[in-house]
Design a protein around this ligand. Structure first.
Ligand code: ADP
Length: 342
């Protein structure tokens, strides 16, 4: 009994200063208005006893409430709740119940986010290892064949060396794309925005791809826009976007043409890369920006694809506050476009 009273009083100790101040004021009032010292003393004793009873009652309530909160926190720590609707506190704690529920939901979504990140990271590592293994095994195979005698066979030795060389180039492309992706995702990609003449810029990039298009007998056309048109963006990073889009358009087009054009809007301009290629199945369109996602793995590898190009494009375009859009019809062609500020 005595220990219970003691613990209740201890629970209410944060209110001691207020109660002592209150008792002191009462004592002061009694001292002014009552002449009789005995009466003052008795009233004061009664006042102190009442104060102790009140403190005991408050302390009891407080420790019950604290126990209730502790129980909920312990249950959360032991992961005993699956949803915030399972968390219940008594009526007088309803204000804190809402906060605990919000905290629970936030922690739950943070944990789910971290788990998702971890899953993505593991998947990414598995993909990287797989992608590295393919060209390395191929190079190893060609070199071993050469060492086992094929080096002296003039009919095949050059062919094997060329094959090994192609895989070395693919490996190099993959490593460059991986460096870009890791720079972007670690936030190390520094952007440098300024106005530049879009006409000269696109013309130069398109010219660089004329040999690649000619080799495949594809017409590569740039439709010039008006001479003075200026766009706002990071020229170097956008060059990477354009190279990727034009390269893909040529890579995934068997016959016909690839066009690059600019459509002017009021405050923006839209850069469009259009082809008459294989097109992309509707279900795959939303996934082609994922790292290592390819509609046709064999076809992508055969043309030296890494599966990372569009993931990089998406990041760079989004860093310009824009969004990459795709329209595509299977066996008819595709159109990739994004807006830039004028
Ligand atoms: P890759 O290195 O494989 O080209 P990307 O990230 O650049 O990787 O593209 C992802 C996939 O999207 C490609 O493998 C291809 O299947 C598809 N794709 C991209 N551009 C085109 C296009 N212009 N026409 C058809 N398919 C395309």
């Amino acid at each position: 009994m005595l220990t219970k009273i003691k613990s209740n009083l201890l629970s209410a100790r944060i209110y001691f200063p207020e109660v002592i101040l209150f008792d002191f004021i009462i004592f002061f009032i009694l001292f002014i208005f009552i002449d009789n010292t005995y009466a003052i003393l008795w009233l004061l004793i009664i006042q102190i006893i009442l104060s102790l009873i009140m403190l005991g009652y408050i302390g009891k309530k407080r420790s019950l409430e604290l126990d209730e909160i502790k129980r909920i926190i312990n249950n959360i720590r032991k992961s005993e709740y699956t949803g915030s609707d399972e968390i219940h506190l008594s009526k007088n704690l309803s204000a804190i119940e809402e906060d605990i529920k919000k905290m629970f939901e936030k922690t739950k979504s943070d944990i789910e986010y971290l788990k998702r990140l971890e899953r993505i990271r593991t998947e990414f590592l598995a993909n990287v290892s797989h992608e590295l293994r393919t060209p390395i095994f191929a190079i190893q195979g060609y070199i071993e064949t050469l060492l086992n005698g094929a080096i002296n066979d003039v009919k095949v030795n050059k062919y094997f060396l060329e094959k090994a060389n192609t895989h070395t180039l693919n490996l190099n492309n993959l490593l460059n794309d991986l460096i870009d992706i890791s720079m972007i995702e670690s936030g190390e990609m520094k952007m440098s925005f300024r106005y530049f003449n879009i006409n000269d810029y696109l013309q130069t990039i398109v010219n660089e791809f004329q040999p690649m298009a000619q080799e495949k007998n594809i017409e590569l056309i740039y439709h010039p826009t008006h001479e003075k048109l200026q766009f706002f963006g990071d020229k170097n990073k956008l060059r990477q976007v354009m190279i990727n889009l034009i390269q893909n358009a040529i890579k995934y087009t068997e016959k016909g043409k690839v066009e690059v054009l600019v459509e002017e809007e009021q405050k923006f301009g839209r850069i469009i890369v259009r082809d008459t290629g294989y097109g992309i199945p509707e279900n795959d369109i939303s996934r082609i920006f994922e790292r290592f996602y390819r509609v046709d793995k064999a076809r992508s590898r055969a043309v030296g694809g890494t599966g990372l190009g569009l993931a990089i494009v998406k990041h760079i375009v989004e860093a310009h506050g824009s969004k990459i859009e795709v329209k595509s019809k299977l066996d008819e062609g595709s159109e990739f476009s994004f807006r830039l500020k004028k």
